[in-house]
Design a protein. Structure first.
Length: 87
């Protein structure tokens, strides 16, 4: 989680049809960890809603690095950057 943001454990994950995806979500320091109970189908579009975010400072937009990890492997694979806007 970027400096200036505090994320609570109130996170929902939905697919591109608006259906909630069953996942275990946890906060560990400055990381939000989403552990999917079932494999995510390739080329799926997921929406991750951080429903209880507190901000400090004057900025309302942050860049957030996204990485993934395969089951049984401890290597984090960078997969992109997301922009967070808090209103």
């Amino acid at each position: 989680v970027p400096t200036g943001l505090t994320v609570r454990n109130n996170i929902t994950v939905t697919d591109n049809y608006g259906r909630e995806i069953n996942a275990n979500v946890s906060i560990n320091g400055n990381k939000v960890i989403i552990d999917f109970n079932q494999p995510v189908t390739p080329e799926s579009q997921l929406e991750i809603d951080l429903n209880d975010v507190r901000k400090t400072g004057v900025s309302n937009a942050w860049l957030y690095r996204i990485s993934a990890k395969f089951v049984g492997n401890n290597i984090h694979i960078p997969i992109g950057i997301a922009q967070l806007r808090v209103y």
